[in-house]
Ligand binder design. Structure first.
Ligand code: GDP
Length: 431
């Protein structure tokens, strides 16, 4: 059976921790979309790690980790991350990379940086990892698939055609030096040599694993709000962040995805620009940012301070619905223990009318938060393992959020470690 772990919000919800935890019982962990533009922070017995490209199952030596066809494959980053694991005594993980995955080229990264600089103040706040140029090329059918590395002569001809277009843009739009075919071919040859031992028909591997009754975890990157179709377009990423896309980006039958864990953080955070209705500012925000996550709300990839806010039940309800959540994991609840009162955004007011439906960006940019304030619990809840042992105000907070979003919160995370988890049965909310 397949379980997907995906983000209900803007990303950084703690998916890495939940995946690392669920990986203990999984046979296979799969990345199915995105690239090195976001990161998971994982804390376990080997230490604290920021993974950008490797699946979160790499810390479990009997798990097979798969980089699926839907991923933007940054080969240098993979090599770097494998090196980091080895240098910190993590046993070499089992890793398979799809022969249908496409490669993030140095020119994708170059174009990303040049375009961000050109747009200046109007930029998308890209992490400059080459993701938008990569997916643009993929869908324009000029991307380079891993399988193509087997025929370097054919590839040279293709690269010449690609550079013809790229060099016109480089020269005339960006005033940049042109690219040489020989340099790109050299880059591709180094990727070919690195990828060879890992390359496989991963979709066939997954189908056979499923036929043998093995359990597969799909690991999403970012969250619903960053989905190019259903998110806050255009401030989104370039590949679908939804569990449904897991079937495409991993190459598994959609009906195999039986469990969808939507991870939602007990407050909100977002990196980069884009609509964020429940955002808070000033000292109140600074305090939440400093106390947030594990060591503060700063991007795992960029180190940029994240924008923070209180829980947005409107965005999360929508976020869970689009993911098709069978379960919600409410994370980082422990961080809120310092607050006397905790506001929750329960509706948006748009042009004087209240709604709990998440609108398109055109209306979203006029939305104001409608707050409901709940009492805080004013104590440290880390270390608690049974739901009933949580302070009453804390349980009320969880149950209030569950009622607002309408999806069952079956896991509550109260610390960054693998064991910091409270399983909750008996939710009255039915999907
Ligand atoms: P991801 O991209 O969704 O995996 O999220 P990140 O790695 O950006 O973020 C989550 C941060 O919160 C990391 O630093 C985690 O170690 C930390 N974290 C995850 N769950 C919890 C939790 O329940 N409590 C606390 N305090 N930190 C958590």
């Amino acid at each position: 059976m397949v379980t997907a772990v995906v983000g209900a919000n803007w990303g950084d919800e703690g998916k890495g921790k939940i995946t690392d935890m669920l990986a203990e019982k999984a046979d296979v962990v799969v990345r199915f979309q995105g690239g090195a533009n976001a990161g998971h922070t994982i804390k376990n017995n080997y230490g604290k790690f920021a993974l950008h490209t490797l699946p979160s199952g790499v810390f479990h030596s009997d798990v097979v980790n798969v980089i699926g066809n839907g991923v933007a494959l940054n080969v240098n980053k993979i090599a770097e991350e494998l090196g980091e694991l080895a240098s910190r005594n993590v046993p070499a993980p089992k890793l398979l990379i799809s022969d249908r995955a496409q490669i993030v080229m140095s020119y994708h990264i170059l174009f990303d940086s040049l375009e961000e600089a050109r747009l200046a103040g109007k930029s998308f706040g890209s992490t400059k990892s080459g993701i938008a140029p990569f997916y643009s090329d993929k869908f324009a059918k000029i991307g380079i698939q891993v399988s193509e590395l087997a025929d370097m002569d054919a590839l040279r001809e293709k690269v010449e055609g690609i550079l013809l277009k790229k060099n016109i843009l480089l020269k005339h739009l960006y005033g940049h030096e042109e690219l040489k075919t020989s340099d790109i071919m050299e880059e591709l040859a180094s990727y070919r040599d690195f990828l060879k031992p890992y390359t496989a028909d991963t979709s066939a591997f997954l189908r056979s694993a499923l036929a043998q009754g093995r359990s597969v975890l799909l690991e999403g990157q970012l969250g619903t709000m960053k989905d190019p179709d259903h998110g806050i377009y255009p401030m989104v990423t370039s590949s679908s962040t939804l569990a449904g896309y897991g079937a495409v980006g991993a190459g598994v039958p959609p009906y195999e995805i039986k469990k969808i864990v939507a991870v939602s953080k007990a407050y909100s955070s977002a990196v980069g620009a884009g609509e964020f209705v429940s955002e808070i500012f000033g000292d109140e925000a600074e305090e939440l940012r400093r106390r947030g996550g594990d060591g503060g709300e700063y991007g795992a990839t960029t180190g940029r301070p994240r924008r923070v806010g209180f829980y947005d039940a409107v965005a999360s309800k929508y976020g869970c619905a689009l993911q098709g959540a069978t379960d919600v994991a409410l994370t980082v609840l422990d961080v809120l223990g310092y607050l006397d009162e905790i506001p929750v955004c329960v509706a948006y007011e748009i042009d004087g009318k209240q709604t709990t439906d998440f609108p398109t960006t055109v209306d979203l940019c006029r939305a104001k938060p409608v707050w409901k304030t709940l009492p805080g619990w004013k104590c440290d809840i880390s270390g608690i393992r049974n739901y009933e042992e949580l302070p009453e105000a804390c349980r009320n907070y969880v149950e209030f959020i569950e009622e607002q979003i309408g999806f069952p919160i079956t896991m509550v995370s109260n610390g960054p470690g693998r064991d910091d988890i409270i399983y909750r049965n008996g939710s009255t909310v039915k999907r």
